[in-house]
Design a protein around this ligand. Sequence first.
Ligand code: CA2
Length: 165
Amino acid sequence: MLRLLVLHGPNLNLLGTREPSVYGQVSLSDIDKSITRRSGELGIAVQTKQSNSEGELVTWIQNARGHFDGIIINPAAYTHTSIAIRDAIAAVALPTVEVHLSNIHQREEFRHHSFVAGVAIGQIAGFGPTGYLLALEALTTHLGTRHTSSRTRADLRKKPAASRR
Ligand code: CA2
């Protein structure tokens, strides 16, 4: 069974309580519930965690190696500042999808640059909480395709040439 780690960065614990015009009215706990529900439908195991601390996020990313097959992360403000989070993602070399509730490219100039984007397999921004569900689909497909294609290569090696036509 695929195992995915979902990480939420600083201040996302405030979702649904402040700035609803920017970040919506849905709480982080509601987002986590919908992630868990969808992961059940997809037949994957998911763990969700939130931290306001850069170091804690770095430690969780480091510890993901061997326990998870991929990471979904909304690094929040650390997106735009944290070389440490970027380096941790690069070091564990687990496929990582970056998620943002808002479209960071439509907002202030300082939000346009992401230190994480260069080490992520992709970025999803601007779809609100749905972005996490899109990330689940994308990462599951990415990992499934990778696994399927290596199985297919092994199957092809086993079959005699005549039966491959
Ligand atoms: O759009 C996103 O998901 C962001 O990662 C959210 C970050 C922001 O710094 C990024 O540029 C884009 C901010 C998260 C703060 O969340 C709050 C939620 C409710 C009230 C106040 C902050």
